[in-house]
Design a protein around this ligand. Sequence first.
Ligand SMILES: C[S@@+](CC[C@H](N)C(=O)[O-])C[C@H]1O[C@@H](n2cnc3c(N)ncnc32)[C@H](O)[C@@H]1O
Length: 193
Amino acid sequence: MKGVFLKQFLKNPTSIGAICPSSKALAREITSKVELKSALNIAELGPGTGVFTDAILSLKHPKAKFFSVELNENMFNLMQKRFGDHNGVTVFNDSATNLKNMRNELMMEKLDVIVSGLPWASFPESLQDSLLEAIFNNLHDEGYFATFAYVQGMLLPAAQKFKKKLKQHFSEVEKSKVVWKNTPPAFVYRCRK
Ligand SMILES: C[S@@+](CC[C@H](N)C(=O)[O-])C[C@H]1O[C@@H](n2cnc3c(N)ncnc32)[C@H](O)[C@@H]1O
């Protein structure tokens, strides 16, 4: 799966935004402390090869509704191969900006938890804004939004600006400890509406 990831990164560096998938350690961190076990409606944005999807599936309630949305067609095909027969998750080939359509298709209430694997740092500000708007509008009151960032990227003004945007949108924004067992090391922002 690392090979597929690198190939897609070389073809679409801005939308893939990483040279290899996240580690299981980061998957554990991003899915913790967001009340996943009691969530009824869950979405994942930008699953790539499905590292966070595995973690969500292992934690979520069997009756919880869960969808994952992947923009890249090759990554989507891989996700379909891995999870297409799994009745715990529906995978869409679409942009995360269209969250509402997917929720409607599955007749889901507003989301209790949204887990993001999106590469925010490589997105233009206009795309960051429309994604954050979609996330905020589709999240239940007091719902959780979890996303990650690379430690080394925090030196850049764009990363500071993104952190400010999170604080403008959400009532609580908490930064996790650094997950060193990830290439490159990363941390999680846990945000609450
Ligand atoms: C950095 S990779 C992370 C993949 C995986 N979550 C992980 O951590 O290993 C980002 C993923 O987001 C997807 N992506 C980028 N823009 C997207 C969008 N607007 N909607 C849905 N997925 C998107 C990319 O195709 C890629 O698979």
